[in-house]
Design a protein around this ligand. Structure first.
Ligand code: TRP
Length: 467
């Protein structure tokens, strides 16, 4: 029998709930906003291929590990790590993994909320403007307005804090249950629209036909970072949710379900957006504005478009909310457990932190556009630091903890698995493949430029051998 630790924050009311909550966390702006524009900036098909490989070879195995750690520890990520480290009789330094994860969550929330604010603002767009040029210009004008961006950012953080203050176990379930499928339906509608643009095939081949000469160290790290970001991996969000998971639920199947739904939504978003890009002479590499410059064209031109457009941005904002609460939850749960503070105070304090940082991200589109850290704006730098450094590093340590620190019997027990082929392959991945591959990708990125280009040529020729 598994010795049952109880989470003081409660347990999800049914098996469905974990899947819904984890999918709610995974599916968000990462799929609909970040995936298409990142794929567009990274050259399309080759990026998508590496991204898919990262999801299946590295993301899903680490996700399994992260959920498993969470359920075993049944506390906030920091305290879970501390408890499991004590059990394994190793260093309490593992607590740091939970702590830096909580920090990464707040850093992500700071810029995530800015973009979620754009989505909320677009609820009121009206979708009357049909010309691509005018729609693009509108987005530019909006970005140039610091007060508007700060207003929407503040509103989004405020709503996030309100939900987390009440406790994420209440309320959330019902929402995700009905609203997520609705979002899915509208994305399908957008794909149908994309089929009629005349550039559907062009869009698809951009997305799925890999051009290996586009693969560079940067593209690989970007794809890896996107895989972590979209699966909500590497900072404890899924670990925190795992703590509320019923003991009899199968972790492997659950992780696979969540990752498949998440990947499906991202690909559909890409399938909807790129044909619109090509049919209207837009640039795939136009950056973070891509979704906001393309989808309004579709809504303005389809029957009942104003209705669907409004609904779409409402649902996107809600999808962003069900993600943002998981960004702040690890920190909030930790403060509640450790300082015995009220949930609402903890949520407000951490929300304030993300809010202030986020203001700088919002301003980096207008007033402080020129201010750069390592040649990136505040917004881009925060994204870079979290997606490409903190999450993958977190992933490495999660894999090492599962593969080398925890006892194999405990893992088998928690996963309710026998030591068959599936377990053995997974165990091999978390022990060797994941830490080495992720480490190699980060190191490769840090190489000086001349070595980097040599590494890219080498990787391209290896890929060509296989495909
Ligand atoms: N996965 C979410 C998205 O794609 C964002 C997100 C929520 C996240 N929680 C996270 C990203 C934890 C990294 C880590 O929109």
């Amino acid at each position: 029998m598994i010795e049952q630790r109880k989470s003081i924050h409660g347990t999800w009311s049914s098996r469905w709930t974990f899947i819904l909550a984890a999918t709610g966390s995974a599916v968000g702006l990462g799929n609909i906003w970040k995936f298409p524009y990142t794929a567009g900036e990274s050259g399309g098909g080759a990026f998508v291929l590496i991204y898919l490989a990262c999801i299946f070879l590295i993301g899903i195995p680490i996700m399994l590990g992260e959920i498993m750690i969470g359920r075993r520890g049944r506390s906030s990520p920091a305290n879970t790590m501390s408890y499991l480290a004590k059990q394994a009789e190793t260093s309490q330094a593992w607590t740091l993994l939970g702590a830096t994860g909580a920090l990464a969550g707040l850093l992500i929330l700071s810029f995530y909320s800015v973009v979620a604010g754009w989505a909320m603002a677009y609820i009121f767009d009206g979708f009357q403007e049909t010309s691509a040029v005018a729609i693009k210009a509108d987005f530019k004008i909006f970005q140039a307005n610091p007060l508007a961006l700060i207003f929407w950012h503040s509103l989004f953080i405020f709503i996030t804090v309100m939900i987390v203050a009440r406790g994420i176990l209440k309320g959330l379930e019902a929402w995700i249950n009905t609203l997520m499928p609705m979002l899915f339906v509208i994305i399908i509608l957008l794909c149908i629209y994309a089929m009629q643009t005349g550039a559907f095939i062009e869009g698809l081949s951009y997305l799925f036909k890999p051009d290996f000469s586009k693969i560079t160290s940067d593209v690989i790290l970007t794809a890896l970072g996107q895989a972590f970001f979209t699966l909500s991996l590497g900072m404890g969000a899924i670990m925190a949710y795992g703590a509320y998971m019923p003991a009899d639920q199968n972790i492997g199947k659950t992780a696979l379900t969540v990752a498949s739904l998440d990947t499906g939504v991202a690909l559909l978003a890409g399938i909807a957006i790129f044909p619109i890009v090509f049919a209207n002479g837009l640039e795939p590499s136009s950056g973070p504005g891509l979704v906001f410059e393309t989808l309004p064209i579709a809504f303005a031109n389809m029957p009942l478009g104003a209705l669907f457009g409004t609904l779409f941005f409402i649902l996107l904002s809600i999808a962003a909310l069900s993600s943002s609460i998981s960004l702040i939850e690890p920190g909030v749960a930790w403060l509640v457990e450790s300082l015995k503070t009220k949930r609402s105070y903890a949520a407000m304090a951490l929300g304030c932190f993300a809010w202030i940082l986020g203001i700088f991200s919002a301003l980096s589109f207008n007033l402080i556009k020129e201010f750069e850290i390592y040649e990136m704006t505040v917004f881009n730098f925060t994204d870079f630091l979290t997606s490409k450094i903190m999450l993958p590093m977190g992933g490495i340590f999660i894999a090492i903890f599962v593969g080398w620190v925890m006892k194999k019997e405990d893992i088998l027990e928690e996963l309710q698995m026998r030591e068959g082929v599936i377990f053995k392959s997974w165990y091999f991945v978390v022990r060797f493949i994941a830490p080495i591959m992720v480490g190699a990708v980060i190191l490769n990125f840090l190489l000086p430029d001349h070595l980097k280009s040599k590494a890219s040529v080498f990787i391209q020729s290896i890929l060509k051998l296989f495909i």
